[in-house]
Design a protein around this ligand. Sequence first.
Ligand SMILES: Cc1cc2nc3c(=O)[nH]c(=O)nc-3n(C[C@H](O)[C@H](O)[C@H](O)COP(=O)(O)OP(=O)(O)OC[C@H]3O[C@@H](n4cnc5c(N)ncnc54)[C@H](O)[C@@H]3O)c2cc1C
Ligand SMILES: NC(=O)c1ccc[n+]([C@@H]2O[C@H](COP(=O)([O-])OP(=O)(O)OC[C@H]3O[C@@H](n4cnc5c(N)ncnc54)[C@H](O)[C@@H]3O)[C@@H](O)[C@H]2O)c1
Length: 455
Amino acid sequence: MATDSDHTFDVIVIGLGPGGEHVAGSLAERGLRVLGVDRGLVGGECPYWGCIPSKMMIRAADALAEARRVDGLAGTVGEVTPDWSVVARRIREEATDNWDDKVAVDRLVGTGATFVRGSGRISGPGRVDVDGTAYTATKGIVVNTGTTAAIPPVEGLRDTPYWTNHEIVEATELPASIVVLGGGAIGCELSQVMARFGVAVTIVEAADRILSLEEPEASEKLRAALEADGVTVHQGVGAEKVTHDGSTFTVTLADGTSLTAEKLLVAAGRRADPAAVGLDAVGVAKDSRTAPVDDRCRVTDGVWAVGDITGKGAFTHVSMYQAGVVIRDVLGDDGPPAEYAALPRVTFTDPEVGAVGMTEAQAREKLAHVQVGLTPLGETTRGWIAKSDGLIKVVVDADRGVVVGATTMGPAGGEVLGALAVAVHGEVPVDRLRSMIYAYPTLHRGIEDALGRLA
Ligand SMILES: Cc1cc2nc3c(=O)[nH]c(=O)nc-3n(C[C@H](O)[C@H](O)[C@H](O)COP(=O)(O)OP(=O)(O)OC[C@H]3O[C@@H](n4cnc5c(N)ncnc54)[C@H](O)[C@@H]3O)c2cc1C
Ligand SMILES: NC(=O)c1ccc[n+]([C@@H]2O[C@H](COP(=O)([O-])OP(=O)(O)OC[C@H]3O[C@@H](n4cnc5c(N)ncnc54)[C@H](O)[C@@H]3O)[C@@H](O)[C@H]2O)c1
């Protein structure tokens, strides 16, 4: 029979995405009594339907593209024949264990934490209900319930068998054609993958450009790259109506264009639901779209939140970073508060779009004097040799003489980003960056060129 002590823990973690899993395991290892609750798979979206399987798809699609590049660089390889079954098998066997989280559950329980599969909800300070069973948290509750795909209010859409990231990651066969609603990170990455595997892909992006949160120069180059892969891009126009006749989707755009395709992928952003996890019971407004947190990731006394739900950046590295902040705060350990000025992000298209800190537009909105330097990658020696397109752009706070934002687009754009992420985080003076030695001929040498072009 369950006793009170079976239902009383120091800390209860609701939702075990990357950050929640880390908090639960680390606090248990430090000797706290921890209950981890997840209604789905321990590890969350990233390992099962997000980062890892999508990057496995991208790796495969890039291999196809690289093989096709032999022409014009090194000879001929004959016809490159894509086979999705290889990717689908890797996702099942190597990435997700066929969507079984036994390894993750065992790892968590191995730290000393208790795991319950179910839907958790805060019912009041220190109180959590999991599918009708009441639990008490004496030290605190950590919320890491993440996001699900946002389904935009387009007429007819909800009544159709649309795909989200879940269905495309689980697909064992690709369709002949697909419309992708949304040209953000998910839409762009997956569109390129599918196009390289022979799918006729059409992106519909309501904003005036794809990847609209990043620099316009990157959006323009990415659009050209996607079109070179055969993707059709409609931007600046939203979908107005969607129908499905049993085999074919018809998507009507606001400008009257009618698109038909075998599948429709919704990649129009993500939605968190703070009220569903009971955050309204501890003071968060019922209609809040995020869990507002302070620089210790506290929502209120005894309640912390980490990950997508905090609205600080829907990335695994943010979830993990915030987890570190929470672990220290719960334990009373010293450490810096959370800061996001040097938030890095990478869209793993080809070319990759790395970015850190502010875009030029954000900087101009916030700062009095802004300088910008941009180097097209083709003008760097390495970029020219590799026949690679891309750019390096730096955004500088002229008053302080430090880089506050940067974009590194190109092959390994996410790796080149590292140097500029350090510069933004460390507030390294531009003069110091200008006077360092950049190895020749590297792509990151473009940083020196971009700094030389500051205007
Ligand atoms: C296709 C795709 C590709 C991506 N690629 C990248 C990438 O390359 N790099 C990157 O940094 N990020 C990427 N992301 C984003 C990344 O997946 C998320 O930012 C990351 O998973 C962190 O999310 P989270 O910690 O908020 O929780 P999530 O991963 O969303 O997990 C939340 C967990 O909470 C559980 N849960 C929800 N409600 C309850 C409840 N009431 N009770 C119990 N359990 C609950 C869910 O079952 C889930 O397991 C990608 C996302 C997608 C969809
Ligand atoms: N490489 C990575 O790190 C990576 C990869 C994929 C996803 N993610 C994370 O997941 C999050 C979600 O990705 P996402 O691509 O779904 O969201 P997103 O917010 O990046 O992009 C969604 C896009 O859909 C558009 N849109 C919204 N409603 C629309 C409509 N009705 N018709 C047409 N377009 C519409 C928006 O204008 C926007 O450009 C990202 O913000 C990112 O944080 C990260």
